[in-house]
Write a protein that binds this ligand. Structure first.
Ligand SMILES: *[C@@H]1O[C@H](CO)[C@@H](O)[C@H](O)[C@H]1NC(C)=O
Ligand SMILES: *[C@@H]1O[C@H](CO)[C@@H](O)[C@H](O)[C@H]1NC(C)=O
Length: 250
């Protein structure tokens, strides 16, 4: 009896180690307005503007049947954005969403962020799936971004000048590609970041001092900025499905 219970306990612990502790965002979050509202807010956590030529607008965010669609539309007559003391001309209205919960790697824990993405690599389009600091920056982990150059980029910033990055040629942008990012505690100071595309490990980075620092999760379609200008005059679509976030934090 005692032996059997001991074996049962060991098996349970071994199985538990691989199990997510909690589904933070389920694959159903883009099914209905109620599902969306449970997990997401419109725009960036800080507002409608950031570092490119698009202003975010909830009207450019659509979702149905588990699929998110962000559309960037060329416009005129918008006032400039201001970022880092610079004025930026706004040439588009587009969509951004951010998760209501924050993500803070705790001892022995971490997260898996995954989904399927249909993203353009056309010049002037800048779709992204990323984590950034709630408090002082960094941390920032760009789990996928497409900067209008035919490539997909994966970045982890220790500081603005010390970063790990991997740029990979992005084939078939007209099709969905799966992206997964595993973020894990290493030593209660740094976190490991593993980037997967279409099931293959593409890069492993270390986020210096990311442990215990809350992060926002953002999905947005920025335009121009780092992806060059001018961007397209026709509408740009960025679609995401099967988006899921699992927490392994004990
Ligand atoms: C970021 O910091 C971690 C922890 O010190 C280190 O392992 C990693 O190499 C650093 N990244 C870069 C690009 O230097
Ligand atoms: C983040 O996690 C750390 C370590 O687990 C904890 O000490 C800290 O209070 C958390 N911070 C927030 C803002 O939740």
């Amino acid at each position: 009896m005692k032996l059997n219970n001991g074996i049962f306990l060991l098996v349970a612990i071994a199985a538990g180690a691989a199990e997510a502790v909690r589904t933070m965002i389920p694959k159903t979050s883009f099914n209905s307005q109620a599902d969306f509202d449970a997990d997401w807010s419109y725009n960036y956590p800080w507002g409608t503007d950031h570092n490119g030529g698009a202003r975010m607008d909830p009207a450019q965010v659509k979702f149905a049947n588990g699929m998110l669609t962000l559309t960037a539309r060329k416009v005129t007559g918008q006032k400039d954005a201001v970022h880092g003391g610079q004025n930026i001309k706004i040439n588009y209205l587009s969509g951004a969403i951010s998760a209501k919960e924050h993500f803070n790697v705790s001892r022995g824990g971490g997260y898996d962020f995954s989904g399927e993405f249909k993203a353009t690599t056309t010049k002037g389009t800048w779709p992204a799936f990323w984590l950034t600091a709630v408090d002082s920056w960094p941390p920032e982990i760009d789990m996928a971004e497409w900067k209008g150059s035919g490539k997909i980029s994966f970045n982890t910033f220790n500081t603005s000048s010390v970063l790990s990055w991997k740029d990979v040629t992005y084939s078939n942008p007209d099709q969905f590609h799966s992206i997964k990012c595993e973020v894990r505690d290493i030593n209660q100071k740094d976190v490991s970041v593993k980037f997967y595309m279409d099931g293959s490990l593409i890069a492993t980075h270390v986020g210096g001092g990311f442990f215990g620092k809350p992060m926002y999760l953002i999905i947005n379609l920025q335009m121009e900025g780092s992806s060059g200008s001018p961007g397209p005059s026709s509408d740009t679509l960025y679609q995401v499905r099967n988006l899921e976030v699992l927490s392994y934090n004990p």
